[in-house]
Every structure is written in C-alpha cells, then in structure tokens.
Design a protein around this ligand. Structure first.
Ligand SMILES: C[S@@+](CC[C@H](N)C(=O)[O-])C[C@H]1O[C@@H](n2cnc3c(N)ncnc32)[C@H](O)[C@@H]1O
Ligand code: SF4
Ligand code: SF4
Length: 382
C-alpha cells in the first residue's frame, strides 16, 4: 500500500485492528493478548469543568463528573506500565481534551522515549512550548498522527457549531496553532501526519465555509482533511440540525462532493466519510458481544480503566475493568476468567445494555468483524 493509501485507509475507520481472528481468540484464552492500542484520556486542569468547550454534538456531553481525577504521579506511572508491552497510544477524550490536561506532555515524552506510535484527537485550542519541543523530536515513530477537529472555516461558524457564546477568535487561534505544529514537525524532520477534521451539520455545510477551511488547513501544512457527519450522542436530545438526518447527509454529500474532489491533492487528500451509510450503523447503539477491552482499552480522566473510548466516565463504572489508582494496568487488563469467556462476554453485554454505552464507528466495525468471523462461534453467547 502506498503511504497516501495507507493514511486514507486509517482515516476511513478501516484500520485492521484484528488481523487474525483465530490467533486473537487463542491469545485471549492464553492471556497473551496485547491491546492494539491504549487510549489515554488525561484529566483536565479544572476540578470542576471537564472540557474547555461544550460542543452540542459531543458524544460525551452526558458524561458524569464526580470530581475524581487521575493524579499526575499515578498517570505517569500508569503510562510507564502501558509502555511495557503496548506499541501505540492515543491521546484523546470522551468528554475531555488531551491538550487541556496539565501533564499531557509528560505522557507524550514517555511514549516517544519508548518508540511508541502516538495519535491525538484534539481541538488544539492551546499548544504549549513543551509540546512543540516534543513534536520537533526527530525520533517520533512513523505513522504517529495528530488529528485536529475544526468543523468550521471562520470564527463565526466555529463559535456557532461549538456553542461558544463569546466573540473569541478561536478559529484563528486553531489555524495559528496548526502552523506552529507543522513548523515543529519540519524542524525535527519528524514523520507524523497532521490532519484536520470537519463535522458537517446545519452550521457548517455552506460551500464557501468548506472552501475556506480547506484553503486554510492545506495552507497550514496538513496532510489530510476529513469531512464526516455527527452521530447521535448518548443520553442527550440535540437541537434540530445538529445531527443531520439521513436525507440531510445525502443532500450535504451531493453539495460538497464536487468541491472536495476539486480541491483534493496528492499532498493533502480530502475525504468525505459517511461510515453510517457505508456500514448501516446509523443510530444503532452498540454491537455486542464486545471485544473492545482486548483491542483498545481506555484510561479515563477519573483514573479508571474502561472497555473503550466511548465508555470512559464515572457513569460507566459498573462495567469498568477497575480502578488504576488501586491496581496496575496489566493486572486489570488480564483480570478475566478465560475458562468462562462466553459467559463473561454475555454478562458484559448485559451491563453494557444497562449502562447504555454507544459505540463509535470503529467500535461497531471491529465488533462486527469479530462476530462475523467463525473464530468465536463456539463461545459467543446467543
Ligand atoms: C469526543 S472528541 C474528544 C477529543 C477532543 N476534545 C476533540 O474534540 O477533538 C473526539 C472526536 O470525536 C468527534 N465527535 C464528538 N462527538 C461526535 C459525534 N456525536 N459524532 C461524530 N463525531 C463526534 C469530535 O469532533 C472529535 O473529532
Ligand atoms: S467534542 Fe471535544 S472539545 Fe467538544 S465538548 Fe466534546 S470533548 Fe470537549
Ligand atoms: S460502546 Fe461499544 S465498544 Fe464500547 S463498551 Fe460499549 S459496546 Fe463495547
């Protein structure tokens, strides 16, 4: 696969998280399975507010915050444990932002020192000098990436789609930060991708807006731009148009496809991904039995270890793997009865239904792949 094709495939949610299903099953039974990646959602600075924005479409808006935060000392210790065995770490959030954390840079340094591939999902509203120094290192593992969620091509639309009530020029700030990040990458000749993401909805669908975004972020040195549609978030009613209907998605798609294909280039391809239609998962809450905990377990901002990035807040503790403040990462990761895998997966599915978790697209796709393979047919609960 060429580098560009590989990059496009990863951003279309089609990365091969599990390549050999029989081997995957044997490794789960033998307790030799290793996570494909760990998502680390470091805690925010504030003891009161978990994110710097409250985007009306956010998956995690209904996340509970009981004030618990993973301390810096323990967070660093847990990251060191993860680095002993895991090759890839994603710094992201469910209802938080990694760059809003007071010790993100310490975690990133451990990842780079251990030659781990890293990924970021962030709004990049703030980039520290120390972050830029780390991103300027020349020993960053290839295929590392930063994905910056932007969703707009102007200050006005940026504030409207993210429900920012002030006139702050946040869009300008993000463009500026991307320039700083791409300059840091150039300094270290680092081999990592920088992409920008754009959610299309009632606020952001105009052609001129989309063109401005493309011009600004191709100009700032991104290597990929990705358009997609918001999915229904868990546990909240959204205002009309925030999550487009099927018909609206089709309409936006028809309107924007010509613009996108005209401006797409080899150095910065532009994708419009409509995974809900492609995979028939529109509005489906979850795909179970769920194998996420073996593939991409997630450290929540409260210091608990959760099955996945979409079930990583205190309201999901009834189904969590456990408390990292009390037990180590690998101890929790291998804490299941391999001789009772079928019943274990069945009881997890039941707790998941009770807590009401909602898969994101990659989670639907990965669980469906495992279920559809014949490898687990003898143990999958009916
Ligand atoms: C939950 S956010 C967490 C990281 C960071 N705070 C951010 O916004 O990038 C991760 C990604 O999920 C996207 N996202 C949030 N809610 C979504 C939804 N309902 N449908 C589709 N994407 C969503 C965001 O735009 C962002 O790109
Ligand atoms: S989408 Fe990201 S920035 Fe917006 S509220 Fe959710 S976690 Fe925070
Ligand atoms: S949201 Fe999906 S991937 Fe996550 S725990 Fe629930 S069923 Fe599993």
């Amino acid at each position: 696969m060429t580098e560009t094709a590989d990059l496009i495939s990863r951003y279309k949610y089609s990365a091969d998280y599990v390549t050999d299903y029989s081997e995957f099953k044997q490794q789960i039974l033998d307790k030799t399975v290793l996570p494909y990646q760990v998502e680390f959602q470091p805690p925010p600075r504030s003891p009161k507010k978990i994110c710097w924005l409250e985007c009306p479409y956010c998956y995690g808006l209904a996340a509970e915050d009981n004030g618990d935060r993973l301390s810096k000392e323990r967070g660093i210790e847990v990251m060191r444990q993860i680095a002993r065995g895991v090759k890839k770490v994603i710094f992201a959030g469910y209802a938080t932002d990694p760059l809003n954390s007071p010790y993100l840079e310490d975690l990133l340094e451990i990842a780079i020192d251990n030659q781990m591939v890293f990924g970021f999902n962030t709004k990049a509203l703030h980039v520290s000098d120390r972050l830029l120094e780390l991103l300027a290192r020349s020993d960053i593992a290839p295929t590392s990436y930063m994905s910056i969620s932007v969703d707009a091509g102007s200050n006005e639309v940026y504030n409207a789609i993210h429900d920012v009530k002030t006139k702050a020029k946040l869009y300008d700030r993000v463009v500026d930060n991307i320039w700083k990040i791409t300059e840091a990458r150039a300094k270290g000749a680092g081999d990592f991708d920088i992409s920008a993401a754009y959610l299309v909805n009632i606020h952001s669908h105009e052609v001129e807006e989309v063109e401005r975004f493309i011009r600004d972020f191709q100009g700032a040195g991104c290597n990929l731009l990705r358009f997609t549609f918001p999915q229904p978030p868990r546990g909240i009613e959204t205002e009309v148009g925030v999550v487009p209907t099927h018909d609206e998605c089709r309409h936006y798609r028809e309107k924007l496809e010509p613009v996108i294909s005209a401006l797409s280039s080899d150095t910065c391809p532009i994708l419009l991904v409509d995974a809900d239609s492609d995979h028939q998962i529109f509005h489906k809450p979850r795909t179970v039995p769920c194998f996420a905990r073996f593939v991409y377990p997630t450290v929540g901002f409260d210091g608990w270890l959760y099955h996945c990035s979409q079930s990583s807040a205190p309201n999901f503790r009834p189904m969590a793997l456990g408390n990292l403040n009390e037990r180590d990462f690998w101890d929790l990761f291998y804490d299941y009865d391999a001789s009772q895998l079928g019943p274990y997966l069945g009881s997890c599915a039941q707790t998941m239904a009770n807590t009401g978790c909602r898969c994101d697209r990659k989670e639907h796709i990965v669980n469906t792949g495992v279920i559809d393979s014949v490898a687990f047919a003898d143990i999958i609960p009916k």
